[in-house]
Design a protein. Sequence first.
Lengths: 305, 305
Amino acid sequence: MVNFTYQNPTKIEFGKGKEELIGTAIAEDNITKVLLCYGSERIKSDGLYEKVTTRLKEKGIAWVELSGIISNPILSKVHEGITIAKAEKVEAVLAIGGGSVLDSAKSIAAGALYHSDVWDFFIGKSVIEKALPVYAIMTLAATGSEMNGFAVITNDTIQQKYNIASLHVYPRLSILNPELTKSVPKNYLAYSAVDIIAHVIEGYLTANVQPHFQSRMVEGIIQTVMETTEILLQNPEDYNARAEFTWAATQALNGVTTAGTNPSVSKSHDRTLTLSTVQHCSRCGFSDCDSCVDDMVSYSKSRTI
Amino acid sequence: MVNFTYQNPTKIEFGKGKEELIGTAIAEDNITKVLLCYGSERIKSDGLYEKVTTRLKEKGIAWVELSGIISNPILSKVHEGITIAKAEKVEAVLAIGGGSVLDSAKSIAAGALYHSDVWDFFIGKSVIEKALPVYAIMTLAATGSEMNGFAVITNDTIQQKYNIASLHVYPRLSILNPELTKSVPKNYLAYSAVDIIAHVIEGYLTANVQPHFQSRMVEGIIQTVMETTEILLQNPEDYNARAEFTWAATQALNGVTTAGTNPSVSKSHDRTLTLSTVQHCSRCGFSDCDSCVDDMVSYSKSRTI
């Protein structure tokens, strides 16, 4: 094993009904105004928006909103969020959604306390020295963004896709209620499974050192995702399978699987970057969605791992 | 899976030479005086004491000492440490050693900011609300104490053995240089292997829910410990085996393996407590050392997991 530093300050609240804690958690941090980020209006029709804003109101927490964040999130939307965050003097960012919303929230959190363009952080022109606290309520399990300091954003003006990595943008709290992912369509569930497997396979295949524990952890994540995806495709109501799938997604990208392995991640990043200007899987970032699903299904059936 | 909360704020610095960072790390936290806790004088003969105190001096960090901490650490020694910590107004506690030293350091850290007897925390008479920051340099891999908020102490007056569990006593930083464990004798290496396996088996066998990922993680830890113990008994110089053993020990008790499994830990705690007044394995807390080793060796040979 090579030398490494590991630190992951994110608090996870996992399980049924945990979203009810959001008002209390934010209030305990003495925050009085947040930027509420989300994607589609689905969170309004399914009651989550109402539930969350009620909890905020109860604790006297004001909010302003940034909606319409899309998959493969874009810089122009991040800029819009930063403008609101600065103008409204929010003290934190609250993401409700999947990895795209959370990645946007992290970027806004860093950009809101920066004097120049947040894109500087993505291209290495500047280093994140501080950020607003980030809170998340996840409605999709896939990207692992809920327990790491990464965010991937596409600059939609110049068609470049880069990431930031900073201890300052780890969510302070991520709420993972597997039930909130029930409305994810089956195709997105399959894309998510591919995404999770891609996250761990990336480090596994490019590792310059192969510690047995980390390798076994990767194999455990892949096996868990394969099994639970099959169950959920048949029965989306299976809470336990959904919970195991959700936790596997988090473990896949919280840094433990690659600790001490010295992966050549640049290889896989390069691969993603070369795909940045083409249409690719909405979450996995690898290739065409339908073939991802086909690959996933045959991969799952073969049970070679 | 059942609902759970997971948070682990400890920063890990893992690898060769990492103990060199200790002065810088403590100075960055604006700490100017520490209580240095250790067990035997071995750290003086092997150069570690000299190395650490040099790093402290370079950063202008003063220290006072508590030495002679024994395996299965005792309350009277913790009291001694608290008395020094209060009298000398130390701002942090630095443990150099294994789990016994670190457990003592955590208890001192909590007791130093408490108005009454620290034993109150162990018997549930009071709850830890604050503690001095704790730093650790580990010279033994076994107990997992380096990345959790537990400490087990025996009250040597009344022969009771209880534990504390608090977010306030998680080490702020734990330095794990596997090379520092090289001087651990072979019998202690075997006891440590049993200890690590006991930690994960405890949750595994008493879990009321068995998420597949967590089960696989447990199996991965056990397999890693079995393999690397065999290697290290043959060749104590094998750095990679020592590193994998060390990291497996940490993973065994940092909370991930039991997250969402609802283990009936009270059963196993009860088992430990009933053994509190008899001579038992110096680290595993289960039973007679020699039989632990025999069990470990035959267990390892059988490779049934």
